[in-house]
Design a protein around this ligand. Sequence first.
Ligand code: NAP
Length: 258
Amino acid sequence: MRRVLILGGTAEARALAAELTGRGPHVVSSLAGRVSNPRLPVGEVREGGFGGPDGLARWLADERIDALVDATHPFAARMTASAAQASARTGVPLLVLRRPGWQEGPDDRWHRVASLEEAAGRLARWRSAPDGGHHLPADRPVRVFLTTGRRSLPVFTRVAGVWLLARSVDPPEPPVPGNVHVLLDRGPYTVEGERQLIRGHRLDVLVTKDSGGGMTTAKLVAARELGLPVIMVNRPPLPRGVHLVDTVEAAAAWAAQG
Ligand code: NAP
């Protein structure tokens, strides 16, 4: 029987496992094991890192995997690089499934940056050099809606003159500085809920990653409606030459073929 490994941790990976189940192949889904109570895909699941590209290459051979689908989050760059290297070494074909990124509309006030560090730098400079004519308050801390993930928090707590509403699935590593309010939530979110959050906490700016997908777009709609500027961290580049699709259907068709 054809054996497919899905590198997961996303809604698309769960949808792909569900789609492939019953279409022939035996599917194993892999999770990093970082989230305390992950949403699980149907079928066989393994958890934890493989030990870099060499470990993944060994695992693919030991488990006689015929096809590998990298359906990890667009910002899981290490796993994606590892998958590309392991595929090249073993000859196991690799497909990358990535949801499309978000596109700025005419009423959005986005500022695209290349990295989390650049986003923090942009925040630090903003008050002295207003970005794109968008002024942030100079007489009080800038109130930031931060949705870049708990592990990115230290990058932003170093910025002077900010107060952070940091929303994440699991709590960040302590100690959490006094200018940070942690909000534990995993969505899906509604535009009305996001509007209330932005208004209730008097937030000045949203900092987020270009994750794409529908689960977390409500904050962008609410930011647009309320005229909130957005610092949007661009996705890391994909390894050169990978075969890429952006729908679960296309990935399922590729993975099911023998
Ligand atoms: P990362 O930085 O690319 O990965 C770090 C290491 O974690 C990898 O080198 C690998 O360890 C292990 N790993 C990552 N994904 C794995 C998987 N699906 N199965 C087994 N091992 C995995 O990734 P990350 O940004 O920490 O994300 C971790 C997981 O959370 C991913 O599965 C991703 O889909 C999900 N996720 C990430 C984000 C995000 O914003 N980054 C958001 C939502 C969900 P070894 O080198 O030992 O193999």
